[in-house]
Design a binder for this molecule. Sequence first.
Ligand code: PFF
Ligand code: NA
Length: 479
Amino acid sequence: MNDRKGFGSNFGFLMAAVGSAVGLGNIWGFPNKMGANGGFPFLILYLALALCCGVIIMLGELALGRKTGHGAVGAYQSISKRFKWLGWLGIAAAALIFSFYSALGGYCLRYVVVNFGNLIGAEFGTNGVGGADVFQGLLSQPDVSIAFALAFMLITMLVVMSGVGGGIERVCSVGMPALFFILIICIIRSCTLPGAADGLKYMFVPGWAVANGIIDEAPGFWRVLTAAGGQMFFSLSLGAGVMITYGSYLDKKQDLGKSTMIIVGMDTVVALMAGLCVIPGRFALDPNGALGGPELLFITMQNVFDKMGPAGPVFGILFYLLVFFAAISSSISMLEVIVAHFCDKAREKGKGDRRKLYSAIVVVICAALCALVCADGMGNNHISPAELLGLAGAKLPGWSTSWLGLFDSVAEGLLMPLGALLMCLMISWELKPDTLRQEILLNGENRPWVYDFFRLCVKYITPLCMLMILYGQISDFFI
Ligand code: PFF
Ligand code: NA
């Protein structure tokens, strides 16, 4: 453990953890889910869940990681052999998400290039103009999308190969502040477009989306809870072993409670800021465009830049670079979860530092899964799971229509909430929360209520909320 190099500074750790949390989930998930689920009521429910589930699970993961000094599998194993497989759940979730996230990260790089082409008046193999054409081009040309996804994966790999302090920390310490700065520029541009006010109403005014026919009917409590719960897990990078792994690289000087509040707070603030950037632009310049998902990011937003006039391409480059920073700092954390585990193992066996080798192996395997996602073109190219099984056309759950949908539903809908629920149960009943008391209160001794709150939640409130979310997610999975 002594030669296990970690973060050099608390700022670096915070930027890496915030970098993992802030990602595509904030930019296309949060603003749309908030608008479609009643605006402020959704925000309040989200914040409540973030506080009594998100904060608790993150604190639990960070404490487990720092206490044991191991990656996901090792951390659980050193508590009890029976729980070792919980770590593997996290690793599986990280690998699945890394595979489809890279396809999307590659799309972002493609759009930087497209907007650069628009700026200098050259065409880089874009078929036609407008967001829909560029996107359709990507979906129907797997060779192009695979090439860009590979570039994204290689950049991720190079950062992870350079180590925790020298690679991850350094990149995030520059990338995150840069992201914040670009985001502010984009918000100012977006909110000053004529017609932007409707976007703000969509996001914040309860009932506005229903009254204006943007969604058919107000969703019930159960729907809003499932939407907010799923969003929270994915958005805070929970249940994938990320925070265990990052916690294991943290020295004993840091106050975990305070760090947790900063990470959760920043993720929520950036989600709201991302909403202020994309949604007003959509209402001002592409009123019929999609409000969420890949279509929002890759069709609606590109249309917005196309209609913005001469400065459009500049904002396009800035915006897609921003999304790229957000995506790469998240994908780094997914790869690190997997690589850290195998490096720990090798070190225990006295095999020395195998970080570079393992990074390369994991990327090769995930690249194969990623190629499947790219080749499938979000279900456009007839190689979706349903079609391969000869079930196309049958009434099947949403996930079966594309590889991206399958990977996403298994990871976000099943593995992450299940892993997090079982972690809470393990902390409460096997380990006993008191074992983590010292870890959680270290350098925060003047706030003992942080621990009391953690104990209360981790035993009763969090597992109960998680069961409800899991129920909602599982019934979504099977219909
Ligand atoms: N938190 C990231 C986002 O909001 O886009 C996604 C993510 C990162 C999920 C890392 C899981 C993970 F392990
Ligand atoms: Na997020």
